[in-house]
Design a protein around this ligand. Structure first.
Ligand code: NDP
Ligand code: 2IT
Length: 452
């Protein structure tokens, strides 16, 4: 069959939209990947013939279930839970669980699709999956969260396993929720296995898993800057979010001598011209993890800082930006503003935080732009290392894990440079590099399996 007989990119995207009505986030993620892969596949007949991209963009399965729980007032509440098992060609399904009212099947399908490429980039044997529920943990008591997690696991446990599918945390799911879910899994199956990652250190968790995503996103930024003989020291940095990824990115920026100007949550952002020092970052971690408070409280605590309600932080002039909150939080206009204000590097701690238009603005401006599937892969990488430690029934030392995380991030950077070169440009197209390097590994495994 001649290559010209295959559907073109526009027809392919149109087909994805038609087959997945009402799922804009999923279609967006597929389009971002397809734009690069179509170009790469032009002279690679096998990938066309075996419909590889079409198959990766059709999850192996989507499991959806009812989650009932009782609130503290005795009301019966009903939520919807999902696990999307996207692709297990190179290892067991692996990816986080998100609890947030905005969770839909579209959001989880986009995340599981992205995860497939991200996990391939890490070099570790992990396939792609994602799960979650439209449950809002905000304002719920510990007991309510526990009952919800137990009820969620009462259904999920049938579909997961240390060699089948290994969930972890994501938005709204941290150490507390993983503890409740692991406890329930163990009770239901009478098995102590590495079925979840991000576990507490007392029961099989790995050192530096908590820090890994934020640290990794900053290591990736440092690697990109090094290609331009530059570094993080002395740079002004704008960060969105104030959860796990944002606070650990801020911590690492401080350690490398940068100045963090902002953090945010869904209600607005705080701007601290003095810089959000390590001590202040620790205060934010406490606010979020222990007191479960809002970022606006920062401005009341630290004189000279301000809270800007209902806005994202992208208008604050900076050298570097790290979107670490959620999908589509950085628009085309935001991207133009960042470029205009002299921003030279963007590293996505969140998954797909930049809209498709924003991605094109960064690519056209030829600034250093790292897509989430490369930049935030540190978290799932240390999850992979947690799986290895659990299988071997040992715990590695912190220095070893720190070294492995830095090595893995450097390896992902090198893969992006290998596949993301742009003729006539001194800046790598990291989006293209990550898409092609991630695709190639999964695609070649799929070719080996034939049509399944
Ligand atoms: P957390 O729940 O710890 O924090 C999420 C942060 O993002 C909070 O500050 C939250 O504010 C904000 N946020 C969430 N939803 C929205 C929204 N709709 N609009 C504006 N702000 C929002 O989650 P994580 O830090 O773990 O996750 C952040 C991002 O990083 C996500 O995109 C996640 O997929 C990604 N990621 C996480 C990894 C991990 O290891 N945890 C690994 C790789 C990627 P509020 O409290 O107001 O909701
Ligand atoms: O988006 C992600 O990579 C995560 N939420 C972490 C997944 C994991 O399995 O550690």
């Amino acid at each position: 069959m001649a290559v010209s007989d295959h559907v073109d990119l526009a027809t392919f995207i149109e087909g994805v939209r038609r087959r997945n009505p009402g799922q804009p986030e999923f279609a967006q993620a597929v389009q971002e990947v397809a734009e690069d892969i179509y170009d790469y596949m032009q002279d690679k007949e096998q990938y066309h013939k075996y419909q590889i991209l079409r198959r990766i963009a059709e999850p192996d399965r989507v499991i959806s279930f009812r989650v009932c729980w009782e609130d503290d007032n005795g009301n019966i509440r009903v939520q919807r839970g999902w696990r999307v098992q996207n692709n297990n060609s190179i290892g067991p399904y692996k990816g986080g669980i998100r609890f947030h009212p905005s969770v839909t099947e579209s959001v989880l399908k986009f995340l599981a699709f992205e995860q497939t490429f991200k996990n391939a980039l890490t070099g570790l044997p992990m396939g792609g999956g994602k799960g979650g529920a439209n449950f809002n943990p905000k304002g719920k008591s510990d007991n309510e969260v526990m009952r919800f997690c137990q009820s969620f696991m009462n259904e999920l446990y049938r579909y997961i396993g240390a060699d089948i599918d290994v969930p972890a945390g994501d938005i709204g799911v941290g150490g507390r929720e993983i503890g409740y879910m692991f406890g329930q899994y163990k009770r239901l199956t009478n098995e102590f296995t590495g079925v979840l990652t991000g576990k507490g250190l007392e029961y099989g968790g790995s050192l530096i898993r908590t820090e890994a995503t934020g640290y990794g996103a900053v290591y990736f930024l440092r690697n990109m800057l090094a290609t331009q003989k530059d570094g993080v020291e002395g740079k002004k940095v704008v960060i969105s979010g104030s959860g796990n990824v944002a606070t650990h990115a801020a911590e690492k920026i401080n350690q490398l001598g940068g100045k963090v100007l902002t953090l945010s949550d869904s209600e607005g952002y705080i701007y601290d011209p003095a810089g959000i020092s390590e001590e202040r970052v620790n205060w934010v971690k406490d606010l979020k993890n222990k007191r479960r408070g809002r970022i606006s409280e920062y401005a009341k605590e630290f004189k000279g800082s301000e809270f800007v309600s209902g806005k994202t932080p992208w208008g604050v002039p900076c050298d570097l930006a790290l979107p670490c909150a959620t999908q589509n939080e950085l628009t085309g206009d935001d991207a133009r503003l960042l470029v205009q204000n002299g921003c030279i590097g963007v590293s996505e701690g969140a998954n797909m935080p930049t809209t498709l238009e924003g991605v094109h603005v960064f690519k056209d401006a030829q600034i250093l732009f790292a897509p989430g599937k490369a930049a935030n892969a540190g978290g799932v990488s240390v999850s992979g290392l947690e799986m290895s430690q659990n299988s071997a029934r040992i715990s590695w030392k912190e220095a070893e894990l720190q070294r492995l995380l830095e090595d893995i991030m450097a390896g992902i950077h090198a893969s992006c440079v290998e596949y993301g070169g742009r003729p006539g440009s001194k800046v790598t197209d990291y989006v293209r590099g990550a898409n092609i390097a991630g695709f190639k590994k999964v695609a070649d495994a799929m070719l080996a399996f034939g049509v399944v």
